[in-house]
Ligand binder design. Sequence first.
Ligand code: UT7
Length: 323
Amino acid sequence: MTRRAVVVGVGHYLPERIVPNSEFEETLDTSDEWIRARSGIERRHFAAEGETTSDMGAAAARNALKDAGLNAEDIDAVIVATSTADLTFPSAATMIQSELGMTSGFAFDVQAVCAGFAYALANANALILSDQAKRVLVIGAETFSRIMDWTDRSTCVLFGDGAGALVLEAQEGAGTSDDRGILSTDLNSDGRYKDLLYVDGGVSTQSTGYLRMQGNQVFRHAVEKLAATAEKALEKAGLTSDDVDWIVPHQANIRIIQGTAKKMGLPMEKVVVTVQDHGNTSAASIPLALSVGKERGQIKPGDLIVTEAIGGGLAWGAVVLRW
Ligand code: UT7
């Protein structure tokens, strides 16, 4: 028997306010047509004043727990992937732990920007496989609207707020790729590219800062690195693209999503796409897409899923799991 980290619950939360592309036309030299054509984004959600990353993460977590039929006290560990925690410390994860009423277990944040959810899943998998936790709540939650430079049309039209969560549980499998659960992970980063996507502020510079991105440079790296990490993760699981039921990609740009699928030889019918409705929600985009994909009836038990993401660092990675 082989231990596996199996998804037993999924949920998401999106803030109420929906902002269509046309709203940016009022203040910027941009258009709905440009944003749709270049990114595939049509609208995004923005958090309300006072609504924080931990509020949204806790809401998504409650929905995932409900889906799993579990209570907060059944959870051993909480991992939050975020670059936009409420405070410098404590972690968003401990804040969510408190919002959920948990008084036991342990909680921490993972910061790998848009690749954060892949990193968080890999951490959760490691905790489960090494018997340090039986059930792990893995959350991606972001309020990127707080780090937008609203005068920079090349970035502020691309991002959105939201949260998604999975409950992973230790279960015994046969040790084959037919098992449910996480089958493999592949993580990468290359700090030489740190200037392509970053926030020009932080604790030690005593400012919050704004997101800065050389979009076309990140784009160049994205398709190649995403297809490579997805294929490497599949190889580690003893699988190929032919075995994949769904790619659930980081939702940054429809052209990156299409390019990656094409490079992997997979049709768009096998890709869960939410970028049109959510924009780029950084570490929240994959769990949001998993939750929405399940709600839409796309993702079904037993499906083989590849998730992949890239972002600031550059940091990128992929996770292969059977739903
Ligand atoms: O999640 C983290 C990872 N991030 C990403 O994956 C994002 C990767 N990059 C992208 O998605 C794309 O590069 C963008 C959507 C950001 C931009 O698309 P692009 O096709 O790479 O355009 P570009 O940056 O090369 O800009 C083309 C033109 C420029 O004008 P000039 O210099 O050709 O005259 C920009 O100034 O489009 C202009 N532009 C805009 N025009 C209207 C940039 N932003 C806008 C805008 N509205 N909002």
